[in-house]
Design a protein around this ligand. Structure first.
Ligand code: SF4
Length: 189
């Protein structure tokens, strides 16, 4: 399962494929070298999940590892409420929902259903506003879209594929200070 793609990286790949390469290069290093404030807050938001705090309901599953052999992906869900058949992904702030974030939730959904869990509701939950945001259950067409995207991800080659450097993205990229494609510093330093 080592070559399975991590669900957590799907959104990063859309943001900039090269960031996946940098993530793999620097993953063994001290996170403080590159993690910026929004990412630190995100990690803290997920800490409650990983430590399984926040609810004592027996019907709630937290931070459960999931995988899909069909899609070649693996990762963790945030919360699954088995009594409501509801899958929830928590975020600190949601100004806009990006396609990559939808792909992450779809990916979790397909893993869960392949593993035999019933999922009838998909939600993002915005912690700062205590708001639930419903997302449609993915269709077969959506699954094909996700499969094509995952294949692109698997085929990506940082030494051969052309990288389009978008300064605006670089300024908000946590790897900016370590990236050889730009001389900028990100806005978090
Ligand atoms: S700094 Fe720019 S080019 Fe480098 S990984 Fe980040 S977004 Fe991509």
């Amino acid at each position: 399962m080592d070559d399975y793609i991590s669900i957590a990286t799907l959104n990063d790949y859309i943001f900039c494929p090269y960031s996946i390469y940098l993530h793999n290069v620097y993953m063994e290093t001290d996170e403080s070298l590159y993690k910026a404030t929004p990412q630190v807050k995100g990690s803290i938001a997920h800490e409650g999940i990983d430590k399984k705090t926040g609810s004592t309901r027996k019907s709630d599953l937290y931070s459960m590892p999931v995988y899909s052999d069909q899609l070649g992906i693996r990762g963790k869900i945030d919360i699954y409420k088995s009594d409501k058949k509801q899958l929830i992904e928590r975020k600190n702030n949601i100004k806009k929902i990006f396609r990559g974030q939808i792909y992450q939730l779809w990916a979790q959904y397909f893993c869960m259903t392949e593993m035999g869990y019933q999922v009838e509701l998909l939600n993002f939950y915005e912690i700062s506003t205590n708001k639930m945001i419903p997302i449609k259950i993915p269709s077969e067409e959506n699954k094909k879209e996700l499969e094509i995207f995952i294949q692109q991800f698997k085929n990506y080659n940082p030494s051969e594929d052309v990288i389009t450097v978008n300064t605006n993205k670089c300024l908000h990229c946590i790897y900016c200070n370590l990236c050889d494609k730009t001389t900028y510093d990100n806005v978090y330093t």
